[in-house]
Design a protein around this ligand. Structure first.
Ligand code: HEC
Ligand code: HEC
Ligand code: HEC
Ligand code: HEC
Ligand code: HEC
Ligand code: HEC
Ligand code: HEC
Length: 321
């Protein structure tokens, strides 16, 4: 359409002025050339080319076309993230060269030893705010500064991006009802709790709390881990910036759901093991309560029994009268 239009204009102009035509024709050829180049390059790198092998593979290398297309990233070519897949089988199958932001983030998360660090870092191109928050978090610092492989990168909390679905899809690893399991993958691990000196009962105390039980029952108003700790900018709970790092912040955090939460109220939730004294007091209270009930019940039963006996004897007495 456009080239034809251009062509007609150039013919007209030729009749008017000889020099103009050569100029216009050059523009036309340049446009045609770019068009052809773009189509040939595009054919080699579209998702269908990659899927022609990967859809029929076994194990981790298999990518399901249907699930991919259903995901939030399903409209992208694979090379948007896999800018330079390794191996001879991929010769010529590359995307645009990674920019500085992607290269820097890929280098920063190198301690995780991933297969395709460029792909895992590609998020920065489209979710720069999340990456920025993450970099400052205790999780980001663990990987980037401590150079440890213990902390999570994006894909540890979200899964491989091929299959990320929009919340509230049950397939989302960060859907409210899946968050406990997602964080638990690491926070339930003994080697993590021991190495970083966390209370070994973080998960257990949460699950047995009012909150954990309510969430398990499907109550969407109950807090998951992220409701109290955040998600991308999580810091140490000893850091005053933490949403649970100071009494004032706790009042705000708990106050989202318990309006007017007081200093005394916000102290009610912790993941720490019950204090031995508190534990003993709890047991003593149970014994006392059960004991009192037993006493009352026995007393009442004896009373009723005595009453029946008395009535029976009196009745019998009446008969003999
Ligand atoms: C001719 C078939 C073929 C095509 C086309 C193909 N791949 Fe692969 N790909 C393979 C094979 C074979 C492997 C190795 C699988 C394994 O190790 O189990 C692989 C592995 C991978 C891996 C894992 C890398 C690793 O280090 O283990 C990624 C990522 C990948 N391919 C992405 C792509 C992308 C993106 C495209 C399209 C641009 C693509 N592939 C096109 C055959 C292909
Ligand atoms: C939004 C970014 C993104 C897109 C788009 C994407 N991938 Fe991936 N893919 C990743 C990330 C991140 C990983 C995990 C890399 C790692 O573990 O090192 C991955 C992993 C893989 C793997 C290796 C799995 C394994 O563990 O061996 C293959 C193969 C793969 N992708 C193929 C594809 C194909 C084919 C497409 C297109 C249909 C595609 N990817 C589209 C980000 C993406
Ligand atoms: C080329 C751009 C692009 C890249 C690269 C990319 N994303 Fe996305 N992502 C999107 C778009 C677009 C959406 C959909 C946003 C919407 O519809 O609100 C999205 C949505 C998401 C969502 C939100 C799902 C929800 O619950 O709503 C998550 C999580 C996500 N991406 C994670 C990642 C991760 C992790 C990476 C890197 C491994 C990544 N993305 C790379 C463009 C991208
Ligand atoms: C510690 C786990 C964790 C890590 C690591 C993590 N996320 Fe998330 N992400 C979450 C949780 C939980 C949510 C949903 C709750 C929320 O809205 O904050 C979420 C939500 C998102 C969303 C949707 C946000 C919206 O406004 O709808 C995007 C996009 C996203 N993450 C991208 C990323 C990217 C990119 C990275 C890596 C830099 C990353 N996430 C790392 C836990 C994580
Ligand atoms: C891949 C493993 C992994 C995943 C997944 C993970 N974490 Fe962590 N988390 C860690 C490690 C390791 C540390 C300790 C980092 C350090 O101190 O260097 C940590 C630290 C924390 C801390 C700081 C505790 C303190 O007071 O010092 C909180 C809070 C936390 N994580 C919450 C979460 C939440 C909430 C989620 C889920 C949304 C989550 N984590 C997912 C590994 C993980
Ligand atoms: C109702 C709010 C709330 C919820 C929900 C919650 N936490 Fe916490 N978390 C806290 C508070 C308050 C602390 C401060 C230390 C303490 O009192 O145990 C804490 C401390 C932590 C710590 C540091 C523990 C230590 O010994 O240093 C980790 C790790 C942690 N939480 C992870 C999680 C995970 C994982 C979940 C989800 C299973 C979760 N939290 C759910 C409030 C919460
Ligand atoms: C996302 C909302 C949410 C957040 C944040 C939250 N809670 Fe709750 N909390 C609930 C719900 C829902 C219940 C169950 C109420 C019921 O069963 O009536 C509950 C119950 C409780 C209970 C027991 C019953 C009661 O109402 O006295 C205590 C104590 C409690 N929360 C303390 C806290 C503390 C302390 C914090 C902050 C560290 C906190 N909660 C943060 C939603 C939340």
């Amino acid at each position: 359409m456009v080239p034809m239009g251009l062509f007609r204009i150039t013919i007209k102009q030729y009749r008017l002025k000889g020099v103009r035509m050569r100029l216009r024709l050059n523009v036309l050829f340049l446009m045609l050339f770019t068009f052809l180049l773009a189509t040939t390059a595009g054919a080699a790198t579209d998702a269908a080319t990659c899927l022609s092998c990967h859809e029929s593979m076994e194990g981790a290398a298999k990518v399901s076309k249907d699930k991919y297309e259903k995901s939030v990233h399903g409209s992208f070519d694979c090379v948007t993230c896999h800018m330079a897949p390794k191996g001879a089988q991929h010769t010529g199958l590359t995307g645009a060269a990674p920019d500085k932001a992607v290269k820097d983030f890929a280098a920063a998360i190198a301690p995780k030893g991933l297969k395709d660090p460029l792909a895992a870092a590609a998020c920065v191109g489209c979710h720069p705010d999340k990456v920025e928050e993450y970099k400052g978090s205790i999780h980001g610092q663990n990987v980037i500064v401590k150079k440890s492989s213990d902390g999570p990168v994006c894909i540890n909390c979200h899964g491989i991006p091929h299959y990320i679905e929009k919340r509230p899809s049950m397939a989302s690893k960060v859907y409210l009802f899946n968050i406990v399991e997602t964080c638990g993958k690491c926070h339930e691990e003994k080697h993590i709790t021991e190495k970083y000196g966390f209370s070994p009962l973080v998960m257990e105390r949460y699950k047995e709390s009012f909150h954990g039980r309510k969430l398990k029952l499907g109550h969407s108003g109950a807090p998951s881990c992220a409701s109290c700790h955040g998600s991308h900018a999580i810091v140490s709970t000893k850091d005053p910036k933490s949403p649970v790092g100071s009494v004032e912040n706790k009042k705000k955090t708990c106050g989202k759901c318990h309006p007017g939460a007081t200093e005394k109220f916000v102290a009610a939730i912790t993941h720490k093991p019950l204090h031995p004294v508190a534990h003993f007091a709890e047991i003593a209270l149970i014994i006392l309560t059960v004991g009192t009930f037993m006493f009352i019940i026995t007393h009442v039963l004896l009373d009723i029994f005595a009453d029946i006996r008395k009535r029976l004897f009196r009745k019998g007495g009446d008969h003999h009268d």
